[in-house]
Design a binder for this molecule. Structure first.
Ligand code: ZN
Length: 432
């Protein structure tokens, strides 16, 4: 079993030292996949004759792994015997069928180490008390991963999960957490609720908010309105984190708050274009992850479906590891409007920054072979609403001209908030 802590300070070493360690761990990972994973033995066995000849430069010659392959061959991806599996996680598949991800005890230790590094990176220590506002059950890995990381760091966790606003308010008053892990829009709602009830979140014990599941920054890595509001309401610093269940790997921002540091000893991250070509740092494309040392369901060059870019300029914190930028959107939600690439997140951010906008949803339709149309249904506060001005502001921030349809608030709410989905649905893809 690998001693994860052996390379715990590798991010502070120079580029050459980082590459040397990564190459070694990558080769070990490939050897493991080729000998233990039925899927990779079959698909790559004849292609990779000698894993020791693979390095960070020629890794691009190995085929990418699609989520669909896992859906079609789920058991073929399992590299261990049944008795070694410790936890089975479900992740939504592309065809509606969930996929199983098998974690061994070793994978859970790896995850604990990964999250410990991530939390320590944004300044948490064993003196911290961390309120978790995400679920620990329902076959999700995220809540468990945060819990393992917090306890591995020596800090204390408060597992209040999907508690009500009032129960979180009580917990904050009684247990004095120094940090919260949660979805930005929810933590914002919680702060506003505490204010309504006569409290002041900025005077509470909470000093850091680790944001999950929703974007916090734009493509320039600047805070979106929700992030600015969170910092103001709570008088706390906000940090963004990124993870995916399949890759058993997470990244979190450091105290410089400029992108999530990659952990060189835990994953090789690449960014690829539509054709699968590896892109230079700074260019946006699909995030591809090779999780080093994952045991239960090891993956090679896994396409996450998320779009972002890598940042390689030096970071103020002293780490020399590259950073992953904000997630700009899901690849399948990408819109192409008269040559401009756009993701729903950018439209939401633009609408959220306009005070008069109350509720909205967006539709995308196919206009021609190469172009889509963006339609924004918006309910706004009547007294401040000016359709022309809204059109101008949207065009200025998005660089495309959307069609804007004014709607009544209750009509929009009925479409956005449905019984079937816990989260609001604001994106409707009519291109199929
Ligand atoms: Zn940093």
């Amino acid at each position: 079993m690998r001693d994860f802590y052996k390379y715990q300070n590798i991010a502070f070493e120079n580029k050459e030292a980082i590459e040397q360690v990564q190459t070694q761990l990558l080769q070990d990972h490939l050897k493991y996949c080729l000998s233990q994973s039925p899927f990779y033995r079959k698909s790559l066995g004849s292609l990779i004759k000698d894993a020791e000849k693979v390095n960070l430069m020629n890794l691009k010659d190995i085929p990418l792994t699609e989520k669909l392959s896992i859906e079609q061959n789920n058991d073929g991806f399992c590299a261990v015997k049944l008795e070694q599996i410790a936890d089975i996680v479900l992740s939504s598949g592309t065809t509606g069928q969930p996929i199983k991800i098998m974690y061994t005890g070793h994978d859970l230790k790896r995850l604990a180490y990964n999250e410990e590094k991530s939390f320590a990176g944004c300044g948490l220590t064993k003196k911290d008390i961390v309120l978790l506002t995400c679920t620990m059950d329902r076959c999700f890995i995220a809540g468990l991963a945060y819990f393992l990381g917090i306890t591995s760091l020596g800090a204390a966790a408060i597992r209040n999960g999907h508690g009500s606003l009032d129960s979180h308010k009580e917990v904050i008053g009684k247990m004095k957490p120094t940090a919260i892990v949660g979805v930005p829009s929810f933590v914002r709602k919680l702060g506003l609720y505490i204010k309504e009830e006569g409290g002041d979140p900025s005077l509470s014990s909470v000093k850091r908010i680790i944001c999950i599941g929703e974007p916090l920054r734009n493509e320039k890595a600047e805070l979106l309105d929700v992030g600015l509001e969170l910092e103001e309401i709570w008088g706390a610093k906000v940090y963004s984190t990124y993870a995916s269940s399949e890759t058993v790997t997470t990244f979190c921002e450091c105290e410089a708050q400029r992108g999530g540091h990659l952990h060189p000893d835990l994953a090789v991250v690449e960014i690829v274009d539509e054709q699968g070509n590896v892109l230079e740092d700074g260019m946006a494309g699909e995030v591809v992850v090779t999780p080093l040392g994952a045991e239960g369901m090891p993956l090679i060059r896994y396409k996450t479906g998320d779009v972002s870019f890598l940042m390689s300029e030096p970071c103020k914190c002293g780490r020399n590891s590259k950073r992953l930028g904000p997630i700009l959107g899901r690849k399948k939600q990408m819109m192409k409007i008269k040559g401009t690439t756009l993701y729903p997140q950018a439209v939401y951010a633009a609408l959220d920054s306009i005070k008069a906008v109350q509720e909205y949803y967006i539709e995308v339709t196919r206009e021609g072979a190469l172009s889509d149309s963006l339609i924004i249904h918006v309910a706004a506060n009547n007294s401040d609403f000016d359709l022309e001005l809204l059109q101008e502001r949207m065009q200025a921030s998005l660089r495309v001209k959307p069609i804007i349809i004014p709607e009544k608030e209750d009509v929009v709410r009925k479409i956005v908030y449905t019984q079937e989905s816990r989260k609001p649905t604001r994106f409707f893809d009519r291109r199929k």
